[in-house]
Design a binder for this molecule. Sequence first.
Ligand code: SAH
Ligand code: SF4
Length: 387
Amino acid sequence: MTANLLDFDLDGLAAFCERLGEKRFRATQLFRWIHQKGAADFDEMSDLAKSLREKLKTSAEVTAIPLLAQHISSDGTIKWLFDVGGGNAIETVFIPDDDRGTLCISSQAGCAVACRFCSTGHQGFSRNLTVAEIISQLWFAEHFLRKHLGQSDRVISNVVMMGMGEPLQNYAALVPALRVMLDDHAYGLSRRRVTVSTSGVVPMIDRLGRDCPVALAVSLHASNDALRDELVPLNRKYPLADLLQACKRYLEVAPRDFVTFEYCMLNGVNDTIAHADELVELVRSYGAHKAWCKFNLIPFNPFPASGLTRSSVAAVASFAKILSDSGIVTTIRKTRGDDIDAACGQLAGDIKDRTNVRTRLSKHRLITINQDKRPTRVGKEDTVNDC
Ligand code: SAH
Ligand code: SF4
């Protein structure tokens, strides 16, 4: 069986090379070819000995997941739909900005957490992605964008694990994938610019802190347990007290000195003044002396099956003001790519009936980008690492 080299972090690749009777520095060369230069053909790797290239041709491959469709939003956001087999598709979103390029990556096909306001959650869980399937998304996007923007240096500066799936429920693949993102011989992203977003898998927050601390975003969405139990069913297992204590522990090892709380604004459900006041109290009870968290308010992106609606602009503004006035840094997420269903929680990716999906997709504006059609740059957003 041939090994897909996108499945390995550098240590894994070194072990693979050793099995072929090769030294570790060969793995570093190979790793650079794959991730820094985007090479998939061993014959391109000119500084590798011919004998090694021949061995690789029979035992290895560099195979990204097949692309099904590409959509470009009028705001420059690009969404790619990839086929991960068995009738499942996953989505990856690139969000260009003045000072950064953010890639929003999926970690699972579907999701088992079943949050009420999330279309991935409504779709149910299909399976975990492999390391290769997670890294494929970055490998493809980075080299595609470089080629089409005619750029030789890095295009993607930030990665957020905010696509489909709960990354901390696919921990075994997540950590090697994060290591590839951070490795200087691969993408060399700073830990501060790689964000794992979680609905609150408490034991895995602790493990991430030990194994591979990167920036942490926690999907809070409620100011008390009764409400959070309804919106994020995982709260019944890991209630707010356990979750907030895990966040505080994480900060002892985190590359940033704050946790970002995501809060999806749902009309009449979690968006009243009373909720905002309760949230301020909650956060203060875990540390009033120092700003240890930031809030990112996400206007709900509606989808029919949810039965929920988006909070009004005025309700979001009043909510944000209460948090800000109490000293909590609060941003309101600008919705990006909603003309192509690339906004948070709209990533459904179900292709059980491919004919239907292809028809559905063809109704979207489908543009192939080329050198003349660069993604439009939009104004600077004052949020960090957002999808
Ligand atoms: N499973 C992880 C990461 C993926 S979801 C998590 O829940 O954190 C990424 C973000 O999108 C989360 O904050 C999630 O709550 C938010 N989200 C999901 N559905 C949404 C919707 N319909 N509208 C707005 N935000 C949504
Ligand atoms: Fe899963 Fe995150 Fe969606 Fe909840 S919000 S169902 S954890 S992807």
